[in-house]
Design a protein around this ligand. Structure first.
Ligand SMILES: Nc1ncnc2c1ncn2[C@@H]1O[C@H](COP(=O)(O)OP(=O)(O)OP(=O)(O)O)[C@@H](O)[C@H]1O
Length: 257
């Protein structure tokens, strides 16, 4: 079997005249954690949506475990989707369901697991992210942002997925809670032996969770390599982004004051 869990080649997606993905090539090695960085509106979410099958690319190839998924029938796609867990930006919990049922939702609705068995799994996963069983009975509105992220992480790992997507996992958290979440992500991903693909603007998060990193700019991957080399890429675009400088080759599409 190939050592690539996800292999993307020449992926293209436009909206009208706007070319958002303009020939993306990306390799996510099995069991590793790849973090994609890039400015706002550079197509990170579109890339993830294409891999998840939530959006159809115009052309190009996406292989999961060596299987081409672009153009795949919905029924086959469903099988592939079972390999995925996802932590959404903003947690995306159902307000009307108690925490345990949020965590168990995919097990009950997606896999037909009985409620009691699913609740047992949910409580175990909540414990794995440091939340006691009493939290399982609360509703999302009763939780702080950091606790909501933990619940969201517990939900992402509930079905023990082979691949986990993290969309801006630390957005909106204070730096200490962000680091707690980063450490939990590493722990959960490693204990599952999962492959992880994340998108973030948060360089602390990248340093904490990434084995590999890639930067997307103008619809292409302009640099990829080991995350520990992120400060010495020799690429002016990456350097500007990593250091958060307003001056450099990356120009923000804003009108001058
Ligand atoms: N369904 C859509 N219809 C039209 N344009 C879209 C659609 N989805 C995304 N876009 C456009 O594609 C571009 C990339 O969007 P995307 O959400 O992938 O950016 P991003 O890199 O994830 O940004 P951010 O970091 O701000 O979340 C944006 O210009 C956006 O307006």
């Amino acid at each position: 079997m190939s050592d690539l869990k996800i292999k993307v080649r020449d992926l293209r997606k436009s909206f009208g005249p706007k070319k958002v993905l303009n020939g993306i090539d990306l390799d996510v090695p099995r069991g590793e954690s790849l973090v994609v960085i890039g400015g706002s509106g550079t197509g990170k979410s579109v890339l993830i949506k294409c891999i998840l099958g939530l959006m159809e690319p115009d052309s190009g190839s996406i292989e999961i475990d060596g299987q081409e998924v672009v153009g795949m029938k919905a029924s086959e796609r469903e099988e592939i989707m079972r390999k995925f867990g996802m932590l959404f930006q903003g947690s995306a919990l159902f307000d009307s369901l108690p925490v345990w049922e949020n965590v168990a939702f995919g097990l009950i609705a997606g896999r037909g697991m009985g409620r009691k068995a699913a609740k047992d799994v949910a409580l175990r996963k909540l414990a794995a992210v440091g939340l006691g069983p009493e939290v399982g009975e609360l509703f999302p509105a009763e939780l702080s942002g950091g606790m909501q992220k933990r619940v969201s992480l517990a939900r992402a790992i509930a079905a023990e997925p082979e691949i986990i997507f993290f969309d801006e996992p630390t957005t909106g958290l204070d730096p200490i809670m962000a680091q707690v979440i980063n450490e939990l992500i590493v722990k959960c991903v490693k204990s599952l032996g999962a492959t992880a693909l994340s998108i973030t603007h948060d360089m602390h998060s990248l340093r904490a969770i990434a084995d590999k990193a890639a930067m997307i700019y103008e619809g292409r991957i302009i640099w990829e390599g080991d995350a520990r080399d992120i400060d010495r890429t020799g690429n002016a675009h990456v350097e500007q982004f990593v250091q958060g400088r307003s001056e450099g080759p990356i120009r923000m599409p804003v009108r001058p004051l």
